[in-house]
Design a protein around this ligand. Structure first.
Ligand code: MV4
Length: 506
């Protein structure tokens, strides 16, 4: 296969991922074109690119999702390739075909691979000829409820009914016992039908408190497929990840090799090229099962970059040019530990409710082992039209403990005022004994978090000041001094608190 040189790339996205992609392009001497909606005219990604084109009105459906306008913008500016980032058009097989038909390169896997992996059932069937562990279940859409009930009895309860299309937990129902089967099945079908326009569902054994561990892979057009180890993404709320780390605290060398091999086989099953992620769920015995494959660069890709030293965007571009991956599996080594926390404009003390407004003050942490991927700056409004993630804070350390401690320091240094963010929640996680010990699952929030924990939280410094004030008052009354108990620490104290208010009461 001949390799072509890409000299200009249009990035069909916004925010931090567009800035992230532009950085790699600059290092490779590639010119960049940004697209933007009318709401993003002043956004940093527009200024960072060499050129920028407005593709429509603020709602994504009228701008960032308008494939026709985006292809036209690439043609107009002479870009030879389109990088979709994540979300928006990144996993749209029809768009991938249209890009190709327009004579442009889509920096993504083939339309066929995107299509197969877009359907959980098609994916299960495609990989079934390889030796890949899968959750006990059926590989076809449920046609007949009575038949499915028999299959469920064979698998054993609890059962999970899952939609074949889409994701994000929509059209997913747990069935505890046979009597509930029919009702939950009907609910799952109607939810899937209304959310994805596709009511196809299947059933699987329900794994109660799984961990979510995924493998990053890279494939080229010459048949080479490598795995870049795992990321653990179990800390999530409403099926959205909030904290990710690489490597996982529970994966040993043997498990890593087995998962890597399974992930490479999944990629082989669909002749995969480009960057991709194979998702597994891991049960309490640390047995792992293939869930699905994401055919895009993921939000949490930086933690893999930190521990491998590989720039995944550069690799994507070189692969799209038709080049062979320049390193081998045995050249890859895990170095240190990396954690990412996602900064969403949401209020963790109020059920993670999206929280928009003007960011009055914005200053990011600095120093050794810290990376901030953001698309945001002081004085900007968080637009209501798009995802509420405004930044990713990534730390790197020699080991897990250093990465966690560095994250706490970095969160303390992160100044954001005017809006609520998920940062206090992330600090809570970093200090929690379940997270620190590695003993957690996708049920972390449900099992360990209550909004009141954030209100009661204080930093050590604030706590010491408060205790000093109390002691001064007590001194006046000649009573016994108090000391800091470590209960607040066990309660996972974090950042901003109402201690300031309390202090002014003294
Ligand atoms: C499961 C499961 C338990 N058992 N499958 C959630 C979204 C979709 N991608 C797959 N998901 C799950 N599938 C079986 N057989 C539990 C989940 C699940 C989950 C998976 C990964 C990360 C977070 C999750 C949160 C809740 C449920």
């Amino acid at each position: 296969m001949n390799s072509t040189k890409i000299t200009k790339i249009l990035i069909a996205n916004r925010g931090e991922i567009t800035l992230r992609i532009i950085r790699s392009c600059k290092e490779m001497g590639i010119k960049t074109v940004a697209v933007f909606s009318e709401a993003d005219r002043l956004a940093p990604h527009v200024r960072a690119a060499d050129e920028a084109i407005c593709v429509g009105a603020p709602p994504s459906s009228e701008s960032y999702l308008r494939g026709d306008k985006i292809i036209e913008a690439a043609k107009t500016t002479g870009a030879e390739a389109i990088h979709p980032g994540y979300g928006f058009l990144s996993e749209n097989a029809d768009f991938a075909r249209k890009v190709k038909e327009a004579g442009l390169i889509f920096i993504a896997p083939s339309p066929e691979a995107i299509e197969v992996m877009g359907s959980k059932l098609a994916a299960k069937n495609a990989v079934s000829k390889y030796d890949i562990p899968m959750v006990p279940g059926i590989n076809h859409a449920v046609e007949d409820i009575a038949e499915a009930k028999k299959e469920a009895a064979q698998i054993g309860y609890p059962i999970l009914v899952k939609a074949s299309a889409g994701g994000g937990g929509k059209g997913m129902r747990v069935v505890e016992k046979e009597e509930e089967f029919e009702e939950q099945m009907k609910r799952a079908v109607s939810e899937a039908q209304s959310a994805f326009g596709d009511g196809a569902v299947f059933i699987e054994k329900y794994i109660g408190s799984p961990r979510h561990i995924e493998i990053q892979i890279l494939g080229d057009m010459h048949g080479n497929i490598l795995y870049l180890f795992e990321r653990e993404c179990s800390i999530q709320r409403r099926h959205q990840k909030v904290v990710e780390e690489a490597p996982s605290a529970v994966v040993n060398e043997k498990m890593r090799k087995a998962m890597g091999k399974a992930a490479v086989n999944v990629a082989k099953a669909c002749n995969y090229y480009g960057a991709g992620t194979v998702e597994f769920i891991v049960d309490e015995n640390l047995d792992f099962y293939f869930l699905e494959m994401n055919t895009r660069l993921q939000v949490e890709h930086p933690i893999t970059e930190q521990i491998t030293g590989i720039d995944l965007v550069k690799e994507q571009i070189k692969i799209a040019e038709g080049k062979e991956i320049s390193f081998k599996q045995e050249d890859l080594k895990i170095n240190g530990h990396s954690i990412e926390v996602r900064v969403y404009a949401e209020d963790p003390a109020n059920n993670f409710l999206p929280n928009v407004g003007k960011v009055v003050e914005y200053d990011t942490p600095k120093g050794l082992g810290i990376r901030v991927d953001d698309g945001f700056e002081q004085g900007m409004e968080v637009p209501i039209f798009y995802d509420s993630m405004i930044a990713k804070l990534i730390t790197f350390g020699a080991n897990r403990e250093e990465a966690m401690d560095r994250m706490i320091r970095a969160i303390d240094e992160y100044k954001i005022s005017g809006i609520q963010t998920t940062l206090p929640f992330c600090k809570f996680v970093m200090k929690h004994e379940a997270f620190r010990s590695g003993n957690f699952s996708t049920k972390f929030v449900e099992n360990h978090f209550k909004p009141e924990y954030l209100d009661a939280q204080t930093s050590k410094e604030e706590e010491e000041i408060a205790v000093a004030i109390v002691n001064q008052l007590l001194e006046k009354g000649k009573k016994k001094n108090i000391t800091i108990s470590n209960s607040a620490e066990k309660n996972n104290s974090t950042g901003m608190s109402d201690w300031r208010k309390k202090r002014s009461m003294f």
